[in-house]
Design a protein around this ligand. Structure first.
Ligand SMILES: [Zn+2]
Length: 186
C-alpha cells in the first residue's frame, strides 16, 4: 500500500491537474466558478488529504495525517482503536463520514466551552476595521450558523474527492464491502 507521503503526492498532483483543467475550461468560457466555491473545494480537499486521511485508522501508530495535527495528534488515537485498518474507514461513502462525525465529536467540547464567552463578547474595545469585521461575522455565524448551498457542495466535493483518490491508490473498489477481518497492513 502507498505510504502517507505517496498518498499526499498523488492527491496534490491530482488537485493541480483538476485546477489546471478547471482553469482552462474557465478561460474558454465553458464553466464559471465562484471564488468562494473554489476556495472551499481546495480547502476541503487539502484538509481531507493532510488532516482527515483514511489512514487515521492507524492513529495509534505514527501516520502522516496524525503527525499533521501536531501535538493534537493524540486526539485521533481512539479513532485508530475503534476502526481497524482498511475496514469501515476505507469505504467510499461511510468511511469519510466516520471521520467527519469523529471530528464533530472532538469539536463538541471546545464549542460548549467557548459558546458563552463568544456570545457575550464585547467588541467595543476593538477598533473598526478588518479585525472588527472578522470578529463580528464570526459572532454572527456562531449565533446562526449557515453555509450557502454552493459552498456546502464545493466542500463535500473537495473532501470526498480527496478520500476517493486515497482509496483508488489503495486499490479499494467502490463498493460497500467492509473488510473487517483483513490483516493489519498499511
Ligand atoms: Zn489507506
Amino acid at each position: 500500500m502507498p505510504s502517507g507521503a505517496v498518498h499526499n503526492v498523488i492527491n496534490t498532483l491530482s488537485l493541480l491537474a483538476v485546477g489546471s483543467a478547471a482553469g482552462y475550461a474557465t478561460q474558454r468560457g465553458l464553466i464559471r466558478l465562484e471564488a468562494g466555491a473554489v476556495l472551499s473545494f481546495c480547502g476541503a480537499f487539502m484538509a481531507g488529504t493532510y488532516l482527515l486521511s483514511p489512514d487515521l485508522d492507524l492513529a495509534e501508530q505514527h501516520v502522516s495525517s496524525k503527525r499533521n495535527w501536531g501535538w493534537l495528534g493524540f486526539l485521533w488515537v481512539p479513532y485508530g482503536w475503534v476502526f481497524s485498518h482498511r475496514g469501515l474507514s476505507h469505504t467510499w461513502l461511510v468511511g469519510p463520514l466516520t471521520r467527519l462525525v469523529y471530528l464533530a465529536l472532538l469539536l463538541c467540547g471546545p464549542v460548549l466551552l467557548l459558546r458563552d464567552p463568544i456570545l457575550h463578547w464585547q467588541l467595543d474595545g476593538v477598533t473598526r476595521g478588518p479585525l472588527y469585521d472578522l470578529l463580528k461575522s464570526f459572532q454572527g455565524f456562531w449565533l446562526r450558523p449557515q453555509v450557502a448551498r454552493d459552498t456546502l457542495i464545493a466542500l463535500a466535493l473537495g473532501y470526498y474527492l480527496s478520500q476517493w483518490l486515497h482509496l483508488i491508490a489503495d486499490g479499494v473498489a467502490p463498493d460497500m464491502n467492509v473488510r473487517f477481518n483483513r490483516r493489519r497492513s498499511r
